[in-house]
Structures are given as C-alpha cells and as structure tokens.
Design a protein. Structure first.
Length: 435
C-alpha cells in the first residue's frame, strides 16, 4: 500500500502576500490543487496534506487526510507529523511539495517503479545561482546527501538540484525521522537530511533526473509568474494540438478548465477565464474577455467583447465590439454588434440589437429580465427598462426608452416628434455675428 504526503504548511514568507503561498493560483487552479491532482495519478491508498492552521477549512483538502502543523518548523518536522497519521500497512511513502505546481504524472511514475529505500528526483540546472538544495553523488553516481545552499554556499557549484520529491520505504522513514536534528541557524528540521541518514545506515538510494521546468519551486511572486508562463504554454499547446488556432498564443490567457472546439480561432490578447466552453468553428477576435460563458459553433465574438455570468451565445450569433453580455442567452444568428449592455435577457433567433442598446436590469435592489422574441429589430440607442417583453418580429424605433411590453409585429416608439423651425439657425447666428 502506498501513501502520498504533500507539504503545504510553510509560511511562504518570500511571497510577501497575505494569501497562504499554496493557495496562489496557476491558470486559475491553486498550486495545492495541482499537486493533489498529480498525487491522485499514483492511485495512492492515502493522501495526507500537512497544512497551516489557516487552511483548515479549505475546500481543496476535502479529498485528503489533514495534518495541521501549528508552527512551521521545517519540511522534516512537517513530514514527522504526517507519518503519525499514516495508515497501517503503508509500505511506500511519496513526498511532494505543494509549491511545485508544474510536476507531471510521468515523473511520479518513475518514482513508483523504483525499488530503492529512498529515491529522489533531481534536475540538472544551468543557472547555478538558484537556491534549490543540491544533490551530492558518490563515485558510483548514487545520491548520498542533499546540501542546502543557504547554509552551504559551496554547494552551489553542484548542478544537480533537489526537486523536493521523494519516495521512501515507509519502515525506514519511520525509523529515521526521530534522528533528524534541528538546524540551529533556521530552527528547522529538514527532510533533506534523511538522505544522508539513510545512506549512513546502509539503506539504498537512487536518483532520477527530470526536466527542470516540471519542478519549478514557487517561493516568490516572480517564481509564480514563471510557473504561470510555463503552464499557459502547456495549456495552449494542448488546445493547438486539438485544432484550436491561437493566432498569437503568448498574448492570450487560458484558464485550466477551458473547453475549446477544433476549427476555432482565438486572436491575440483574448482572456479565456473560468468555466468557458467554446464550440467548433468560433472566431474570437482580439481583446475579448470571457468568463463563465458558453459559445456555440459558428459564433463570432469581438473584438473587445465581454461575456460573463452564464452568458450563452447560440449558433452563428455575433457579438461585436464593446458589447457586454451578462447572464443572457443570445439566440441563433442574432446580432449585437456595437456598444451595448445585455444583462439578464433572452434574445430570440435572428434578432438584431442596434448599436448602443442597453437593458436596464437593476433598480438598485433587484434584477429584472428582458425578453426579446425572434426576428426583432431593436433600433440604435434603445433603452429597455426591465421587466419588459418585445414580441416576435416587432420593431423598436431608434432612441426609444421602452418601459412597457411591445406586441408581435408592432412598432414601439417613445421619441418626441421631430420639429423643424425654418431659418432658426440663421437668425440665431445674426445675434452674434455683426456685419
Ligand atoms: C525545499 C528543499 C530544497 C529543494 C526545494 C525544491 C528542504 C529543507 N529544502 O526548499 O532542497 O531544492 O524545496 O523546491 O526541504 N513546508 C511545510 N512546513 C514547514 C516548511 C515547509 O509544510 O515547516 C512546505 C512548504 O509549504 C512547501 C514545502 O514544504 O510547500 C517546501 O518548503 P519551502 O520552504 O518552499 O522549501 P524550499 O526552500 O523551497
Ligand atoms: Mg519551495
């Protein structure tokens, strides 16, 4: 039987952020959740998360056993606390850190297949100034110690860094943990000291090397932005391999849960936020901001559109520049092409929403619905004061403020009639311009 222990109780002081480090998000998912999801790919019998007291009630942790580390006394102390909660019959323990959100299931598979008592994943780094612990090898290339560079600057000469991911023989782990000694300069116990202890007691050790980017340790907000960049590349590469055309992928953001169909084109600088589903053959023009919306096939969005709060855009509809759609359904082949706010509305098939149309859905206390049936022409600069219904094939005259329902095939108009005063302008000017 196997268990995974995830360390996530550190202060995260280097983040200089009020949010606990491991709750910072990468592509919209917390680092902790990325690591829990990766841990699950090992099909473990138990997952134990070591957390700080402030994380106690966090949703993310529901699927794991929780151990609270009241005072963060180092990775060794956190591991000690976690092993007290290990189920009986656990033979193998995997240790992961919640601040490495980019780790991949394939790397963990390597750990699973090892037979050594202590196996660790290392990475070859080019930039020797990095603060990762370094793995010391013996003459036969077996790992024998991990040296922390903050206490041992000489270790920076070593190019094999510690990823913080290990597999332990559980029996050995339990016997070695009480032997960890505190580091007086930091007042912490280090999990990394276990390697040297294990080797001294004759246990076997093994090292796997993995890609550095998979184990980027996030300790600062600069590291977080680096992790985000890498994750974004991965997510967009997946979408592109599935037939989504990002015209300038590095400029667009994609949330981890985005669903995008093949044949869809995403132009530059598009934000695809949480819970966005885009079907096949959609075009999203540049600078559009999408979250919580469903876009069906053949639709065009943008440039500069904003869709949110359960906006649904049916097949072949078109949403244009400076149009915000919130909590509304736009019917098949309907159009709202310019400068509009459509909130809490249902718009029928083939209806045309003229430029500058606003649905007034909120009276300061309550929200109200606007219903517009199919084939309706809403003239430019119309204000629709909800609750209001516009019947099928009706017309609304441009510039109207509509406060009452309009029946099918009728014209709704609330403009004052146009007057024309002959030579008014000439007379007005002569008051000011003397000849
Ligand atoms: C650690 C390793 C270092 C490795 C690096 C990889 C140690 C001593 N050093 O350094 O060799 O190269 O990870 O990224 O282990 N945590 C707790 N309780 C604590 C302290 C930390 O749960 O008391 C958790 C943190 O939340 C974090 C993880 O353990 O998720 C690692 O701690 P961190 O302080 O980030 O260690 P590093 O300095 O990155
Ligand atoms: Mg770290």
């Amino acid at each position: 039987m196997k268990a995974v222990i995830i360390l996530s109780a550190g202060h995260g002081k280097r983040m200089k952020s009020p949010l606990p480090k491991v709750l910072h998000k990468v592509a919209g998912k917390s680092m902790l959740q990325w690591v829990i999801d990766a841990a699950k790919t090992l099909n473990p019998d138990q997952i134990i998360t070591v957390i700080s007291p402030e994380l106690k009630t966090h949703e993310t942790l529901k699927s794991t056993d929780i151990v609270v580390q009241e005072v963060p006394q180092g990775t060794g102390d956190a591991l000690k606390l976690a092993t007290q909660k290990l189920q009986q019959n656990i033979e193998k323990v995997f240790l992961l850190c919640a601040d490495t959100p980019l780790l991949q299931a394939e790397d963990l598979k390597n750990l699973e297949n090892t037979t050594a008592d202590l196996t660790l994943i290392g990475m070859k780094i080019d930039d020797l100034s990095k603060s990762y612990g370094r793995i010391q090898l013996n003459e036969k290339c077996y790992p024998v110690a991990i040296r922390e560079t903050k206490h041992d600057p000489e270790a920076k000469k070593i190019s094999i860094a510690n990823t913080g991911v290990y597999a332990f023989n559980a029996k050995m782990l339990k016997s070695l943990l009480p032997k960890l000694e505190i580091h007086p300069d930091s007042n912490e116990f280090y999990a990394t000291d276990l390697l040297e202890l294990a080797v001294c007691e004759g246990y076997s050790s093994e090292l796997f090397l993995a890609k550095e980017e998979n184990f980027l340790g996030v300790n600062t907000l600069v590291d977080l932005s680096e992790a985000e960049k890498i994750m974004q590349c991965r997510l967009k590469a997946n979408h592109m391999l599935n037939g989504v055309h990002f015209s300038l992928p590095e400029t667009s953001y994609v949330h981890y849960d985005a669903e995008i169909g093949s044949g869809t084109i995403i132009e530059q600088s598009v934000h695809i936020g949480e819970n966005v589903k885009i079907a096949n053959n959609v075009t999203v023009f540049g600078f559009s901001y999408l979250s919580n919306c469903t876009i069906k096939s053949g639709v065009t969005i943008g440039p500069f559109s904003h869709l949110r709060n359960n906006a649904i855009i049916e097949e072949h509809a078109s949403i244009g520049n400076f149009v915000e759609v919130k909590g509304s359904t736009i019917g098949k082949s309907a159009k709202a092409k310019h400068l509009s706010y459509i909130g809490d509305a249902v718009i029928g098939e083939k209806t045309n929403i003229g430029a500058g149309t606003i649905t007034c859905n909120y009276n300061g206390f309550e929200k109200f619905k606007t219903h517009i049936e199919k084939n309706v022409m809403i003239g430019a600069n119309t204000t629709l004061v909800a609750p209001v219904c516009i019947g099928e094939s009706a017309y609304i005259a441009a510039g109207s403020v509509i406060t009452k329902d309009v029946g099918a095939n009728n014209l709704g108009i609330t403009r004052t009639e146009q007057q024309e005063k002959s030579e008014w302008a000439t007379n007005f000017r002569t008051k000011y311009i003397k000849i």
